[in-house]
Design a protein around this ligand. Structure first.
Ligand SMILES: NC(=O)c1ccc[n+]([C@@H]2O[C@H](COP(=O)([O-])OP(=O)(O)OC[C@H]3O[C@@H](n4cnc5c(N)ncnc54)[C@H](O)[C@@H]3O)[C@@H](O)[C@H]2O)c1
Ligand SMILES: [Zn+2]
Ligand SMILES: [Zn+2]
Length: 403
């Protein structure tokens, strides 16, 4: 079968690989009909999240049809349409039963202190092959698959695999409640849907910050207020918009590949640039950008978190969904402490939110289709990665038609 395979930093290829097989009686094999490329995948190719094995199949977002089930899978049978949660969880341990699926005690072969287990990630994250492929093996399939009604087609379901649950989780982390003014940092797919989630959870105002004009325009399509950090200082602009107070809640949807402004009043000076350069070298010791600037890591790993601390109101809450590698340790702790901030973060407990999000889509409360801005077929997957990596106009979210 064809699959997107990680060969090294800056080196991904479309390869022919063997089809997966059932290895454990709780496994299922799923024929993937739609997959997608995520900002998390970019961290692996840029080198800001390390530790993938050469030959690892990438991808952790998929909709498909159950092909085969192990004898321990009682709730699915071949032919069932499903969405696959990105993180893998056993459904048995106390963490899973409390809804903390991303901290499952049993999913990671590295043991209880191993990190969140997900498809197509580093060895530390379980070393599982991913979902940008024609077939995938899903462990603990009784928990690791969510059924789809016929009324929810692939285009409506694919963002329920990772992006929408993460955005929903981000708004929960940020403690969004009725009337709140919420800033969303990052207008990639997670940021776009965090604006949707914040609204559905009661936000009164949503302000989206990014430096890419067409992504800000997509946010304005859903009537978010927007701030372009290359045109305005986002901290000053948001203070001005909020009566000098700042926002009640921040959802950080950027992560370690954060950028500093290139121009405008918030452009960084020499000493700040040096600090960010040093952070960048720590974040991505191995880098391999090409001559077009593809696979270039972000130039200011802590920029989004620094703004989050500065633009939130005193005693406000920051929910962090952006991914930072385990060795990222630059955060303005003192400033956050002095302002009585609450900081909550983590990998999404996908399985906790997906069933209700499926119901919301089926009932028409939620429509994620406007946020898929491009479709590519398997043959075009690597080119699609490159357009998405360079944040080219119109390439905010790419779904892959693997059928
Ligand atoms: N916690 C989870 O479980 C989980 C799940 C999915 C994705 N993620 C993470 O969420 C983040 C966003 O994912 P995505 O798919 O939307 O990625 P993306 O790369 O498409 O989007 C990131 C956006 O942030 C913008 N940006 C860069 N620097 C910024 C800054 N200083 N301030 C504001 N915006 C800035 C970029 O221009 C881009 O539009 C990534 O870090 C991804 O790994 C986390
Ligand atoms: Zn993802
Ligand atoms: Zn578990």
């Amino acid at each position: 079968m064809k699959a997107v395979v990680w060969h090294g930093v800056g080196d991904i290829r479309l390869d022919d690989v063997p089809e997966p097989k059932i290895q454990d009686r709780h496994d299922a094999v799923v024929r993937i009909t739609t997959s997608a490329i995520c900002g998390t995948d970019l961290h692996f190719v840029r080198g800001t999240v390390p530790g993938l094995a050469q030959g690892r199949i990438l991808g952790h977002e998929a909709v498909g049809i159950v092909e085969e089930t192990g004898t321990g899978v009682r709730n699915f049978r071949p032919g069932d349409r499903v969405v696959v949660p990105s993180t893998v969880a056993c459904g048995v341990c106390s963490y899973c039963r409390a809804g903390y699926y991303a901290q499952c005690d049993n999913a990671n072969p590295n043991g209880k202190q191993g990190s969140t287990t997900f498809f197509g990630g580093p060895e530390a994250a379980g070393g599982l092959d991913g979902l940008q492929a024609e077939f995938a093996r899903v462990p603990f399939a009784h928990t690791g698959l969510v059924p789809l009604p016929d009324s929810v087609d692939d285009a409506s379901a694919i963002l329920l695999s990772d992006i929408m649950p993460t955005s929903w989780f981000g708004a929960r982390l940020a403690e969004v409640s009725s009337g709140d003014t919420v800033a969303v940092l990052g207008a990639g797919p997670v940021g776009q849907l965090a604006a949707v989630a914040a609204r559905l959870q009661g936000a009164g105002r949503v302000i989206v910050v990014d430096g890419v004009p067409d992504r800000l325009s997509l946010a304005r399509d859903q009537h978010a207020e927007t701030v372009d950090f290359n045109a305005e200082d986002p901290v000053e602009a948001i203070r001005e918009m909020t009566g000098g107070i700042g926002v009640d809640r921040v959802i950080e949807a950027v992560g370690v590949d954060a950028e500093h402004p290139e121009r405008g009043p918030a452009a960084v000076g020499e000493s700040e640039k040096r600090r960010f350069d040093e952070e960048g070298d720590l974040a991505a010791p191995v880098q391999n950008p090409d001559r077009h600037g593809t696979w270039r890591p972000g130039d200011a790993p802590s920029q989004a978190m620094r703004w989050a601390v500065d633009l939130v109101a005193k005693a406000g809450t920051i929910g962090v969904t952006g991914v930072y590698p385990p060795h990222a340790d630059r955060f303005p702790f003192g400033a956050a402490m002095q302002r009585n901030l609450t900081l909550r973060m983590g990998n999404c407990h996908h399985r906790r939110y997906i069933p209700r999000l499926v119901s919301m889509v089926a009932s028409g409360v939620l429509d994620t289709t406007p946020f898929i801005t491009r479709w590519a077929d398997t043959e075009g997957a690597i080119a699609a990665y490159e357009h998405f990596d360079r944040r080219e106009q119109g390439w905010t979210k790419v779904a892959l038609d693997t059928a």
